[in-house]
Ligand binder design. Structure first.
Ligand code: SUG
Length: 457
């Protein structure tokens, strides 16, 4: 079966801000309460999408979500008019207010876990929306994510879009950020790799002590069952708890897969040799050999990996057979990482090209090139069956740049989050976007059941 990998990048929403909401994510904490530039953030993301599309990579996007999330504020006991809610929340609970405005759905690597048709028993592409229940602001994303994915991948003959796992600690799930795939070719069966930071029920699995492990073993097991994966082509690997404690809050901050290649830091997994042996064994029956590209700590420390986001790069197969590593600018600015990258290109290994992008706005919240995209392998028939309005053509890129320039602020501070004018601005922007993407009912969500009455009884 011939298939291509599409990257669905998150279009950065108009309320991108730096609120420090993600304990365990070093960049989020260190830029807390600084002033953000949503316009620049969205344009930086669009520039990356456009450049990759121009080079022939299959590129699409996932739209932002409606904010603020008044349902969250009502669920937290605030009532009154929209303006009352914003003012009261800013006075009494500014963290909740920031959570309600978060543009975090931009990091679409956390939107869902995706299993291509070649891996599933029913020959459909399966998606499980991530519950993201480790962080309050992110736990609110899954309802709209489900709606969005169902709108884009609506044909049940080709796609199965599953709702999020129950939002309980046993099923902590952060989507594709902790998932990888190894294969000879995107269209042939692959080995799916689920990386977990802790287990709810197996006390022998070590957990980090300083920062939370967001992904559980039990979530990966449930998704593998839901997606009808062959057990012999599923590998669950334990992430090294020590790196989580150093700021590796998702596995995609310390390793990435593509084709037969596993690009990883030597400290990524709890048991490096055992993990590699299991991957070798799982991929061998597919007639392919694993190609590990191991980065030793002597070349790049975990701190440098976290600071530069070297592993949060996109590893892309080119039509000419080579592989391109899409890195954030920060990699070129870190002396150790820049030196390592020079040796990588000279090594004669599978990675033979670097492309670097300025994604500083997203990076300041701990989101690099790989966080900003969800990989979806599609056959030609599936690509034709999905909603076409989200494919990034040059014309769509130009329309979106103009849309951002018209609707986005170039400055957003915590104080601005109580401004009722921002609510109207975002509504106007998203109405226009739904038209541009040809998804008119995208934001017509039923009110949350949990929000309760808008004022006290
Ligand atoms: O979940 N940051 C996101 C970054 C997600 C990165 N994704 C991947 N690694 N795939 C997170 O921690 C920060 C928001 C703030 O602080 O305002 C935030 O949510």
């Amino acid at each position: 079966m011939s298939a291509r990998e599409f990257n669905f990048d998150g279009l950065v929403g108009p309320t991108h801000n730096h609120a420090g909401l993600s304990f365990g994510n070093v960049a989020s904490a260190s830029n807390s309460n600084s002033i953000a530039n949503p316009r620049a953030a969205a344009l930086q993301g669009l520039a990356k999408m456009h450049a990759l599309a121009q080079r022939g990579f299959a590129q699409a996007l996932l739209p932002p979500q409606k904010r603020p999330d008044f349902g969250l504020l009502r669920a937290a006991g605030f009532y009154g008019t929209d303006a009352d809610l914003l003012a009261k929340a800013q006075r009494e609970a500014p963290v909740l207010l920031a959570a309600a405005w978060s543009a975090s759905p931009m990091w679409t690597a956390n939107a869902a876990t995706v299993s291509p048709a070649a891996d599933t028993a029913d020959g459909r592409t399966h998606f499980t929306v991530a519950n993201l229940n480790s962080k309050l602001h992110r736990s609110r994303e899954h309802r709209q994510t489900l709606r969005t994915l169902q709108a884009i991948f609506s044909d049940p003959a080709h796609f199965a879009v599953h709702a999020a796992l129950p939002g309980t600690p046993a099923f902590g799930d952060e989507g594709a950020a902790n998932h990888g795939r190894l294969c000879a070719d995107h269209g042939t069966p692959g080995v799916e790799l689920f990386v977990y930071g802790r287990s709810e029920f197996d006390a022998s699995v070590g957990a980090p002590s300083r920062f939370p492990a967001r992904q559980t073993l039990e979530a990966g097991q449930a998704i593998a069952r839901r997606h009808l994966l062959a057990p012999e082509r599923v590998v669950h690997l334990h992430q090294n708890p020590e790196v989580i404690d150093q700021g590796v809050f998702h596995n995609d901050v310390i390793s990435v897969t593509n084709g037969r290649v596993l690009f990883y830091h030597e400290a990524a997994f709890a048991d490096e040799a055992g993990s590699l042996a299991r991957l070798h064994a799982a991929i061998a029956p597919l007639g392919a050999a694993l190609q590990p590209v191991r980065v030793p700590a002597s070349a790049v420390s975990v701190a440098d990996a976290v600071g530069s986001y070297l592993f949060n790069s996109q590893l892309l197969s080119r039509a000419d057979g080579g592989m391109t590593l899409v890195i954030p600018r920060e990699c070129e600015e870190n002396a150790a990482v820049a030196a390592y990258l020079r040796t990588l290109l000279d090594s004669g290994g599978p990675i033979d090209e670097l492309l670097s992008f300025d994604l500083r706005q997203s990076m300041r919240n701990g989101g690099g090139p790989a966080c900003l995209r969800l990989r979806v392998v599609l056959t030609d028939a599936q690509a034709a069956a999905m909603h076409q309005g989200v494919l990034l053509t040059a014309a769509l890129h130009a329309r979106l740049v103009a849309w951002v320039e018209r609707h986005y602020r170039d400055r957003l501070s915590p104080a601005d989050l109580a401004d009722p004018a921002l609510v109207a601005e975002v509504d106007a922007a998203l109405d226009a976007l739904a038209d541009i993407l040809g998804l008119p009912s995208l934001y017509h969500l039923a009110p949350d059941e949990e929000t309760g009455p808008p004022s006290p009884p």
